[in-house]
Write a protein that binds this ligand. Structure first.
Ligand SMILES: *Cc1c(COP(=O)(O)O)cnc(C)c1O
Length: 363
């Protein structure tokens, strides 16, 4: 048998049609592409953490339900007592879990542009995916078109990133409430960027059966651990738990996350610094000729560049050792757009300086 024949026999056509999620090699770069927290821990804290890791029984399976970590996350995130949690190997795994549990003919909806994994995983599983175009200038939900689409297509699940990635804005909360109220399916509010905004739907969990709120520790400063969770009605969480692999949160993640979350002041200080830098970066970008940044409630800024120049600017920054994200190839509302993650002040300064030089050279 040829390899192609094997692939045809063993791999579904919708998977063959996809391209794998690619991550740029960032070795040696000022890394402002992936919404990571740029700060590392002080040495004393690392030493304390290593003691915790030292005592982890890695010969044993971890707690399959990660009960202690669930309690910590519930408290840290002020989840209502009447809601339950399910943990995932990153919130990516939770998106996969939610979509795996859907009926085969279900429709999945998400705004476009938004986080690419909603569509990627839906297509991988052969589900019906429907994008909801955002409004051109504000990146706001087109609420009347969205409500019509919901009524006509009855999606089993809708994902709303709040704040949205890659645009950075918070959708109108009234519009989201209408979507929750008029949906007969689940509405997932993805709060991956919760550390950088005061707005949240967590307090609304007690109001709606069909609302689930998903968060991750990745953007907070623990991307390497791979840990996310979703909170919602205990009966719904109970069903999802049946589709979850038993030991999906490894022991090193369980003990390290518990240790890290016992230091909320450190994270609060780091995220506050990132928010201050976000405001400074926004101002610096907005005075650059040809650049228009979007307001952001997250730890990144999307900005529009002069027509047909985004890829040149991206490559010029790369040659100056600065890695950001080029979104222009995604076309549509993202044509001519680049996204920069907020880094340390000196990294942000290096980015602004390199961008200025690049824009001057373009003229
Ligand atoms: C980064 C991101 C995630 C993925 O988070 P992980 O927990 O690292 O898998 C999910 N949703 C949105 C909107 C994101 O930007």
């Amino acid at each position: 048998m040829t390899v192609q024949a094997l692939i045809n026999a063993a791999i579904r056509p919708e998977i063959r049609a996809l391209t794998a999620y690619k991550v740029a090699d960032a070795t040696g770069f000022i890394k402002l592409d992936a919404m990571e927290n740029p700060y590392v821990w002080p040495d004393e804290l690392k030493a304390e953490w290593l003691k915790v890791v030292h005592d982890a029984e890695i010969n044993r399976y971890p707690d399959p339900e990660a009960k202690s970590l669930c309690r910590t996350l519930k408290e840290y995130n002020q989840i209502p007592a009447t809601s339950d949690l399910i943990l995932g190997n990153g919130s990516d795994e939770i998106i996969q879990l939610l979509l795996m549990a859907l009926p085969a003919d279900a429709t999945v909806m998400a705004p476009e542009p938004s986080f690419v994994m909603y569509k990627q995983i839906a297509q991988c599983l052969g589900l019906n995916y429907q994008g909801l175009p955002l409004l051109a200038d504000s990146f706001e939900l087109d609420i009347s078109a969205t409500l019509t689409a919901i009524k006509e297509q009855q999606p089993a699940i809708i994902f709303l990133a709040y704040p949205n990635n890659p645009t950075g804005n918070l959708f109108d909360s009234e519009a989201i409430a209408q979507i929750i109220e008029q949906s007969n399916g689940l509405v997932i509010i993805d709060e991956a960027y919760a550390p950088f905004t005061d707005f949240s739907f967590i307090a609304k969990l007690t109001e709606y059966n069909n609302l689930l709120v998903m968060r991750t520790v990745s953007k907070l400063g623990l991307a390497g651990l791979r840990l996310g969770f979703i909170a919602g009605n205990p009966s719904i969480i109970n069903e999802l738990n049946k589709a979850r692999l038993p030991y999906n949160i490894n022991i090193l993640t369980q003990c390290s996350a518990e240790f890290a979350l016992a230091h909320p002041d450190m994270f609060a200080e780091q995220t506050a610094t990132i928010c201050t830098e976000r405001a400074r970066m926004f101002l610096q970008l907005s005075v650059l000729k040809g650049i228009s940044p979007s307001q952001s409630a997250a730890n990144f800024i999307l900005f529009r560049t002069p027509a047909n120049k985004a890829t040149d600017i991206f490559n010029a920054l790369k040659s100056k050792n600065i890695l950001i994200k080029n979104l222009s190839p995604q076309q549509g509302l993202l044509s001519d757009c680049l996204r920069v993650t907020i880094g340390k002040p000196e990294e942000n300064n290096a980015f602004i300086k390199a961008l200025k030089e690049t824009l001057q050279a373009l003229q």
